[in-house]
Design a protein around this ligand. Sequence first.
Ligand code: FBP
Length: 310
Amino acid sequence: MSPRVSEILSWYSSENSGVLSNLARLFNQGKLSGTGKLVILPVDQGFEHGPARSFSDNPYAYDPDYHFELAIQAGLSAYAAPLGFLQASSHRFAGEIPLILKMNNSESLWAENVAPISSITASVDDALKLGCSAIGLTIYPGSADRKMMYEEVAEISKEARSKGLAVIIWSYARGGDISKQGQTAIDVVAYAAQIAAQLGAHIIKVKPPTEYIEQEAAKKVYVKNKIKISSLKDRVSHILDSTFNGKRILIFSGGEAKSTEDILSEIKSLAAGGSFGSIVGRNAFQRPKKEAISLLQNIMDIYTEIDTKK
Ligand code: FBP
């Protein structure tokens, strides 16, 4: 075990050895093995956004095998997907890459004004049967249905941890009074990250935050305490403060497809701010495979080169 991975695991010492082994598995896989950084491929967009929006740019991506191959060939830390994709292909790739079962999902067919909430679409036992290292759950802080979501997550997370699985929370604030711009506001993302940490997530995933501040009450404090938020690097460092002073594994999502230059420049700022890594879906599988592998390798190189903990 590298000293950095041991240090990270020491923050989770109240967990059983199953959870610790599974966190270690994620950190000891692929090109980033031992660095304390993670780059994960998430492919739940077929469920979340629909098949054509997700896969028609690179039709090979309709095939569940494709994503396993992409994640393995690129040397990533893990692959995350809903039950169907994992069930369809996991037996062909057993033991080749840590898996994360995305245990809840929502779709984009609902009206905009309906409170965002995901359905539980699989079980902890499914994750164990598939050989997963972790489960993934999305929460939508700010949604009118947040009470139900937090209670579900608390219950499922308790079961997963008791069975030795790590828990990853995708924390995306939306719904209620949160404006569209506010979904990625620095105060809102920091708050969403803190909620995921308080819910007991081992790994927290949020979107890269902007400089915008959504809540008036928060704005006063950011000004009074001169919290630095003008650069993405500063904002990442502030989100780390919000996830137990950096003692929780915090990673950032890739977002909609963008140019290679834009994504690499964003990753450089995330890495400089101290991010533990990225979870990059559309920017990976919507590109031709060769291009995607090269992009993912470049992303991992950035995380290795710009390591604020070296
Ligand atoms: P991307 O890199 O494609 O953004 O994937 C990250 C992710 O969290 C997916 O797991 C999820 O399907 C998607 O983003 C949700 O995006 P949005 O909330 O914008 O619909």
